[in-house]
Design a protein around this ligand. Structure first.
Ligand SMILES: [Zn+2]
Length: 674
């Protein structure tokens, strides 16, 4: 029976892996999403009922829930070298000539696009993905295995006959579209935006919570071999790439082999022209000597191989006149300066505004209104002012100073000494209020359709509402007399407002517009605390034990909830019957298993019948929360062989109920029978 189930699961995994490869890597699916989902669900159900058959390479195991405090380090063998690079033809020609001299002849090359992402290394044992790490300093990187597992183009199990051990090198990246969407959302959430897709990929891979990484649409290209055991010899790099492709790795389709170095130019200029049309950011091309014997002869200098060079695109910048520096007030009161530019064309787009980030950015570069400024646009990012041209005219212009008073409410503007930003700290500031209500209505918050900024402005001007909570008390008669409002529109608006009451707690947390609390942090808080009251009661220590919550967020939450106006707002929101609990699907599914639901478990030591991952999955599937340390909130500690002394001591201290493995299973079986 058991072997039959295992065989069925194995078969399903093979089918799913193949379809996943066709979908994610080849971009050429041959079954519908619905069919894929059906097969996936079949496997998932099978594994749920038989947790003992779960294997790490199962497509269901891409997203783990283990959060880390930091990343352990991993040695690279061989080291991950960096590339020498050049921006000009002369340097490239010098490299070609030098290489020809060493090899006594012209040589074949592989030309590849240089993907602007994060370099990583992946290790496979017997074809199963075991470990992945960042480049780090080239000799030692960070273990980001759990995060890399969430990237669908990384095979968890290889096709064909992979060697016992295989290490490959590649670049994790994010598409331009996904990058822009993420930044728009972050800006809206009051979080710092990423400067470019590379930072985004790096920031996403280095998340401590794999669930967050899983939400970022990351992809990967593999561009080379690290090592194999037993050693596998290839004649050329091109052959290596083909071999890797056949194992199921995504290899960039635009890589080309050329038999002569004179062909480098064609490849470079073709892509210099075309690279903006790609959906991912590139910063040039990489030229690699193709023949493995040639590569051995050339060797490397320090950390750079002599057999490869990056030839980069020239950066896109221009100059124009900075007409004026304006400031805007965000919903958290943050004052953001921005530049109004004399319209100028850059990379085919007319630019009229540029970000100036904060006062220090302007001060450090001595940017003055009236300056001729250098403007750069990296990818599709908001244009940045690099620096002004420091000529005589510049000296005669007056320097920028932050206005003393908020343009929205005239209250004094104050600089937060812990960060570079200035704030209007008047919580009654109409500019902030306007932004806060818009934020409350937005998609990641309460997602209330049909009430745009225009209506928010009208509501505020006509004293129809004073804060977001007032929306829930609106009646048709409050709206009907407003200009251009009919009964039909008013009814629809009120319907939309009322139905938003049933959103999950994380939407409400986003909607409150707490500094540093965007959708990711809100979800973390929601999953951990389950309801708003627990968050309100939480002390700073309770907040900081939550993985992913640092002191900045914790302090911000405490401040927010201490504020009298915010307390009034929350009171009103509760009065109108808004939902303040977390909707967690896992919990919903397992409502009937009362012993585990919402209980906090910690496991220590080795168990006889299950691995730690298996028991964690078992508990989580049944609605429990599994933590890696014991706190006063822990309900049970399951003690296996050779338990950690500190965890047991901690359990003693907090009076946590201790149970053995046998007791645990006896208890859980008994629960199932009820
Ligand atoms: Zn103000």
């Amino acid at each position: 029976m058991d072997s039959e189930i295992s065989a069925k699961a194995y078969k399903l995994r093979e089918i799913l892996s193949e379809h996943s490869y066709k979908y994610h890597v080849l971009d050429n699916p041959d079954i519908s999403d619905a069919d894929y989902d059906r097969l996936y669900k079949e496997l998932k159900d099978l594994e749920l009922n038989h947790p003992e058959i779960i294997v790490p390479e199962s497509p269901t195991q891409r997203i783990g829930e283990k959060k880390s405090r930091d990343f352990e380090s991993i040695q690279h063998n061989p080291p991950m070298m960096s590339l020498g690079n050049t921006f000009n033809k002369e340097d490239l020609d010098l490299w070609v000539e030098r290489t020809k001299r060493t090899l006594n002849s012209d040589f074949g090359i592989t030309c590849e696009l240089k993907i602007d992402g994060l370099a990583i290394s992946l290790r496979y044992e017997n074809g199963i993905f075991i470990e992945g790490s960042t480049r780090g300093n080239g000799f030692e990187g960070e273990n980001v295995t759990d995060n890399l597992r969430t990237i669908h183009t990384i095979p968890l199990k290889l096709f064909g006959n992979p060697p016992e051990t295989l290490e490959v090198r590649g670049e994790v990246y994010i598409s331009k579209k996904a990058f822009n969407e993420l930044n728009i959302q972050r800006e809206y959430d009051g979080l710092p935006t990423y400067a470019n897709p590379r930072n985004t990929a790096a920031g996403s891979v280095r998340q401590l919570d794999p669930l967050i990484t899983a939400k970022r649409p990351l992809k990967i290209f593999i561009y080379g071999l690290g090592s194999t055991i037993p050693t596998r010899r290839f004649d050329s790099h091109w052959e290596t790439l083909e071999w890797l492709r056949n194992l199921g790795f995504p290899i960039n389709e635009h890589s080309r082999y050329y038999s002569q170095t004179s062909q480098i130019n064609d490849y470079y200029f073709n892509w210099l022209d075309m690279h903006n049309k790609l959906d991912y950011e590139t910063d040039g091309i990489v030229i690699k000597v193709d023949n493995e014997d040639h590569k051995n002869i050339l060797g490397h200098t320090g950390r750079e191989p002599r057999w490869a060079i990056a030839y980069k695109w020239p950066s896109e910048f221009t100059s124009t006149k900075l007409l004026s520096i304006e400031i805007s007030v965000g919903r958290t009161g943050r004052i953001t300066p921005y530049a109004i530019l004399d319209p100028v064309s850059l990379g085919g787009v007319t630019i009229t505004h540029a970000s100036l980030h904060n006062y220090d950015y302007i001060f450090d570069r001595d940017i003055r209104s009236g300056d001729i400024v250098k403007v750069e646009r990296a990818g599709d990012v908001i244009p940045q002012i690099i620096e002004p041209i420091y000529n005589d005219e510049h000296q005669n212009l007056s320097t920028f100073s932050m206005p003393f008073n908020c343009p929205g409410c005239n209250h004094p503007i104050i600089r937060d000494p812990s960060e570079a930003s200035h704030y209007c700290i008047n919580t009654l500031c109409p500019s902030q209020k306007f932004e806060r209500i818009n934020h409350f209505l937005s998609k990641n918050a309460m997602d209330i359709q049909g009430i745009g900024q225009k209506w928010v402005k009208i509501f505020l001007e006509n004293d129809v509402i004073f804060d977001a909570a007032d929306l829930y008390f609106l009646q048709i008669e409050n709206l009907i007399d407003l200009d251009r409002m009919g009964e039909k529109l008013a009814t629809k608006m009120i319907e939309n407002i009322q139905s938003s009451k049933n959103k999950s707690l994380n939407n409400l947390l986003v909607g409150l517009g707490i500094r540093h609390v965007g959708s990711e942090i809100a979800e973390t808080l929601c999953n951990h605390f389950k309801n708003l009251d627990s968050i309100l009661e939480a002390q700073i220590d309770d907040l900081m034990v939550v993985p992913g919550i640092g002191s900045k967020v914790a302090i911000s939450l405490i401040h927010f909830f201490q504020d009298e106006n915010n307390q009034k707002l929350l009171k009103k929101l509760k009065e109108c019957g808004i939902n303040t609990t977390c909707f967690n699907q896992n919990l919903e599914m397992s409502k009937n298993i009362s012993m585990f639901t919402g209980k906090i478990f910690c496991v220590t030591g080795t168990l006889e019948s299950m691995t730690r991952t298996e028991i964690s999955n078992f508990l989580k599937t049944n609605g429990a929360i599994v933590t890696s340390s014991v706190s006063k909130k822990t309900n049970y500690i399951i003690i296996g062989k050779n338990p950690s002394k500190s965890k047991v001591d901690s359990a003693e201290k907090h009076n946590t109920q201790k149970i053995s493995e046998i007791e645990f299973f006896a208890f859980s079986n008994q629960q199932k029978d009820i």
